[in-house]
Structures are given as structure tokens and as C-alpha cells.
Ligand binder design. Structure first.
Ligand SMILES: [Zn+2]
Length: 102
């Protein structure tokens, strides 16, 4: 099993952001400024929350709920959905006790 640091994954959907962009969604204080191809959140734009980390996690939670309700669809049009992409599997990496209705 590969060990992945959580901060390398998209905090909304669990997409392996680092593997794709060779950058974490957020570095020390700087966002990657990239859009997660899986759920569509743009780090440094959709999640600025005035720099408040607590608020940021609320944004992620809300974004995740919206994404789940929308059927957990692959967001990016420019980047093809990987063949082995599994939204649920991906989510499990960030939320162990994930509960969602599809
Ligand atoms: Zn994402």
C-alpha cells in the first residue's frame, strides 16, 4: 500500500493532487493556484476564506457535500478522467467514516 501524506491530497475529494501537479494544494502559506480536476475547487481562489484555516475547512466540507450531492462527477474537461478513477475510493482516503448517499 502506498503511503500518501494527507496534505498532498485534495481536502475536498481526496484526489492525489501532488501526483498530478507536483505540488500540494497548499504549501506553507501559498496555494497551488490549480483547480482540482476531480471536484473543481481552485486552491487559493475558492478556499481563501480570508486566510482563516478554520473557515477553510468549512469551505471544504461544503464543497464536498455539494460534490457528493451532484453525483461525484469528474470535473475537468481538459484533463481526462483516469480509467481507474474511483470517487468513493478517493474519498475514503480523506474521510474514514464517510457517509454519503448516491
Ligand atoms: Zn478535489
Amino acid at each position: 500500500m502506498n503511503i500518501v501524506n494527507k496534505d498532498e491530497l485534495c481536502p475536498v475529494c481526496g484526489f492525489n493532487f501532488y501526483a498530478k501537479f507536483n505540488a500540494k494544494p497548499w504549501g506553507k502559506r501559498m496555494p497551488a493556484d490549480e483547480i482540482c480536476p476531480s471536484c473543481g475547487i481552485q486552491f487559493g481562489y475558492d478556499d481563501t476564506a480570508g486566510g482563516d484555516l478554520k473557515d477553510r475547512s468549512c469551505i471544504y466540507k461544503e464543497w464536498r457535500e455539494k460534490w457528493i450531492k451532484g453525483g461525484m462527477k469528474w470535473y475537468s474537461r481538459g484533463m481526462k478522467q483516469p480509467k481507474d478513477w474511483d470517487a468513493k475510493d478517493q474519498l475514503k482516503k480523506i474521510i474514514k467514516t464517510a457517509k454519503w448517499v448516491v
